[in-house]
Design a protein around this ligand. Structure first.
Ligand code: GRF
Length: 218
């Protein structure tokens, strides 16, 4: 039997939660989240944006928005040593939820254990299909007729944790893997905030691998 124990019941009346965003590149998922925070559609505060890459466009965007942004370079560092620096920064900013938004680095088991069921990731395929790199190209090359994106909790295995939100897109005859990736990206921008809203409101529970939303435990 799966456990019906709720995790992460936050409650809509609790104080505003602090988000920590980790990214490595373009940062369009971060921007979509930041837009929804700025407009009040997401009841949260982006307390820190961290990149492991000094030249990440997402870091520039965070600074332009007046958000606290920092680079913690990962190059040449052992995974857990780097993770410890990142976790220290997240703790200094009292982060409640960690959002991986194009963070091109595997988290160590140690990192995952610091934030149990408090790390979200977005992946550009319908998991469990096509985990890993270049998911859109994997899906296109495989010849699927439908693809999409997945927002999930992060566990110790790659692209594996319990699924919070998925969105589908058709693969059209005239597509190449770039047009497919763009169509998926549009859905990613909606899916991440939808998942965050569910988690921030605490109106969900996890039963085994199933995240059941709209179910407030009594
Ligand atoms: C997205 O496709 C996301 O699903 C994947 O990395 C990409 C990041 O894009 N994990 P962006 O940096 O958010 O624009």
């Amino acid at each position: 039997m799966t456990s019906a124990a709720p995790i992460g019941i936050i409650g809509s009346s609790s104080p505003m939660k602090n988000l920590g965003i980790l990214l490595s590149g373009r940062g369009s998922n971060f921007e979509a989240i930041a837009d929804n925070v700025a407009s009040g559609r997401l009841n949260a505060n982006i307390a820190i944006v961290i990149s492991n890459k000094p030249d990440a466009m997402g870091i520039e965007s965070a600074r332009r928005r007046g958000l606290k942004a920092m680079v913690i370079p990962s190059k040449g560092k052992a995974r857990e040593d780097h993770d410890r620096e990142v976790v220290n920064a997240l703790r200094e900013h009292a982060i409640d939820l960690v959002c991986l938004a194009g963070y091109m680095r595997l988290l160590s088991p140690w990192f995952v254990q610091q934030f149990p069921n408090r790390i979200l990731n977005i992946h550009p395929s319908l998991l469990p299909a096509f985990p890993g790199l270049e998911a859109q190209k994997q899906a296109f090359d495989y010849g699927v007729k439908v693809s999409g994106c997945t927002v999930h909790f992060v566990d110790e295995n790659l692209d594996h944790g319990a699924i919070i939100v998925q969105k589908t897109v058709p693969v059209l005859p005239e597509d190449d893997n770039h047009t497919l990736a763009l169509r998926i990206l549009e859905q990613e921008h909606m899916a991440y905030s939808e998942a965050l809203r569910i988690v921030l409101e605490g109106n969900y529970r996890v039963e085994g691998r199933r995240v059941v939303s709209g179910t407030r435990s009594s």
